[in-house]
Design a protein around this ligand. Structure first.
Ligand code: TXA
Ligand code: MG
Length: 338
């Protein structure tokens, strides 16, 4: 019988256990400021393969490499001095933090990480527990989100335990993730930089920092499996999810529905719980509509509601600004399956 994962609270002792486990080629769930990651050291092909196996992730979907600092970062990439200067500027402004760079890779970066691409995705995480692991282990860590492929990303240790608890040995518990949505991915390998996935760092902020145009995120509608992270359907709960802008649709007879609003005020403007019918429930993602708070709570609430046998979840979508773009993107993809 498979034993269940141990959830280890972040401490000096737990870091030792995690580091030993990683060094022997195992994968461990680690907290980051965005979502929990499923980490493996990049110089072990065994560890890299385990990441895909545990997640049931196709090998054609490349991984993000997490490094401690600039010197480890630049050892992985093959770029000219002009681009390097720009990347250094962005790192100074936004890292450690929720920004991932896609850049031409050095030959030694494994094809398992990059799915055979010429580019590698790298970020410098901010969470102190993840940084502690990186400092001790002296090796970059590849880490996709610690969820089964296609399911909601985990924003606390329990989420990881619920979906991967029977497949891994350790989950390092660093509390609830600060941002709650995955990092912004910036493709810097073409003529113009381009947002591949919106996150907490916006295209405008990057553009202002470099004083140059950044091609904005184009919502993806692809069903092309060669770009799996960009699939239209992703991050889905098991319960049917439908989206609305400001006014919640009427509840359908005989269905048990959850209504999620962005703020308490939005919920109140749409009427009281009783108006939605007795078997329906109303929730909100923030008190005041603050987008950072909404992002932080989004996956968490979806995880909770997904365990509660609703026939349908209706969720309000935020405006397309700042981290609102990332929230809209995740919701749109989560709802695409239904
Ligand atoms: O916040 C995050 O980025 C989290 C935490 C754990 O760091 N990680 C994360 O990893 O979201 P993952 O694997 O769930 O999503 C990574 C995305 C995928 O959509 C993948 O296709 C894309 O990054 N990606 C990785 N390498 C790439 C590359 N060379 N070119 C284009 N896209 C790439
Ligand atoms: Mg993911």
């Amino acid at each position: 019988m498979q034993t269940l994962a141990k959830i280890l609270k972040y401490s000096d002792e737990s870091i030792k256990i995690v580091v030993d486990s990683l060094l022997s080629g195992n994968v461990v769930a680690l907290p980051t400021e965005t979502v929990y990651g499923l980490g493996g050291i990049i110089n072990s092909d065994i560890a890299l393969r385990k990441i895909f196996e545990v997640k049931s992730r196709p090998f054609i979907d490349p991984l993000i490499v997490h490094v401690l600092n600039n010197s480890s970062f630049f050892q992985l990439v093959d770029i000219d001095s002009i681009l390097r200067e720009k990347i250094e500027k962005l790192i100074d402004a936004f890292c450690p933090g929720p920004l991932t760079f896609v850049l031409n890779k050095q030959k030694h970066v494994s094809d398992l990480i990059t799915a055979g691409k010429k580019t590698v995705a790298i970020r410098i995480p901010q969470h102190r527990a993840f940084r502690h692991v990186l400092r001790e282990i002296c090796c970059p860590i590849a880490a996709p989100s610690a969820n089964p492929f296609g399911y909601l990303s985990p924003t606390c240790a329990e989420h990881v335990f619920n979906s991967l608890g029977n497949k891994i040995e350790y989950i390092l518990d660093g509390g609830h993730c600060e941002f709650g949505v995955e990092s912004t991915i910036l493709d810097c390998s073409g003529k113009k930089m381009r947002i591949l996935r919106p996150g907490a760092v916006s295209a405008d902020e990057i553009s202002q920092c470099l004083n140059e145009e950044i091609l904005p995120y184009k919502s993806i509608t692809t069903t092309d499996p060669s770009a799996p992270g960009m699939l239209k359907q992703h991050y889905s709960p098991q319960t049917k999810l439908r989206l609305f802008e400001t006014h919640a649709p009427d509840s359908t007879n005989n269905l048990k529905c959850a209504y999620i609003f962005l703020s308490r005020k939005d919920a109140e403007n749409n009427g009281t719980s009783s108006q939605f019918g007795e078997s329906n429930h109303v929730f909100w993602l923030s008190e005041s509509g603050d987008f950072l708070e909404i992002a932080q709570n989004l996956f968490s609430l979806l995880h909770i509601l997904d365990l509660q046998n609703y026939d349908m979840i209706y969720c309000q979508t935020p405006e397309n600004i700042g981290i609102g773009t990332a929230i809209r993107d995740r919701l749109t993809r989560a709802a695409a399956k239904f």
